[in-house]
Ligand binder design. Sequence first.
Ligand SMILES: C[S@@+](CC[C@H](N)C(=O)[O-])C[C@H]1O[C@@H](n2cnc3c(N)ncnc32)[C@H](O)[C@@H]1O
Length: 214
Amino acid sequence: MAFTKDRTVRWQRYWDKHSRTYDKQMRFFDRHVFGDSRTWACGQARGNVLEVAVGTGLNLEAYPDDVTLTGIDFSDAMLDVARGRSKELGRLATLLQANAHELPFDDESFDTVVCTFGLCAIPDHTRAITEMTRVLRPGGRIILVDHVESTSRVARAVQRGLETFAIPLGGEHFLRRPLKHVSAAGFDIENVQRFKLGVVERLVARKPTRLDLA
Ligand SMILES: C[S@@+](CC[C@H](N)C(=O)[O-])C[C@H]1O[C@@H](n2cnc3c(N)ncnc32)[C@H](O)[C@@H]1O
């Protein structure tokens, strides 16, 4: 999929505009749909951690104290909220403006990469996953939580209907399945959990080491 500068600017503006209302909306979905997914995901992060599409930093409080945390997002307004939250919580984190399509980090530089509810919104999610796998060290883990294509035919039909307006209006995708791309990258899928008619998927996968590949 072509990704022009204009489209980046458009979605950056979209998220800048929604930065003030995001937490209230997302807390509603956390309570009623996603459950304990934030603590589930972040609680498993270890070492040098990168969170992609960190948004307003709703995950910050869920990380273990001893991780070194870097978060990126392309919306400066979302990051401003995250910076305020980081200060308030006393949770040190390096929060940078960057595009998930081209992560500004060296190969194999993180022990864990986390992304929650970001791959439904990142325009080219396969490119973002390729970047996440590149910056992860061999043996490191990718931890993803998102809403994905449902296991129920009826729910999938509803999701298809939702996409007809959610993609053009908010860049929000409902029929993606990050697991397929992580598997195709040769990762060892260690844990997959699905609930709410398979709409919510949580995934932990390990990047193979050179020994695994030998
Ligand atoms: C639904 S919010 C999720 C925020 C956060 N991960 C959470 O769990 O609450 C989607 C986020 O993805 C970010 N985003 C979308 N496309 C991006 C891209 N190409 N690069 C970096 N961030 C992006 C948006 O700015 C927004 O903060």
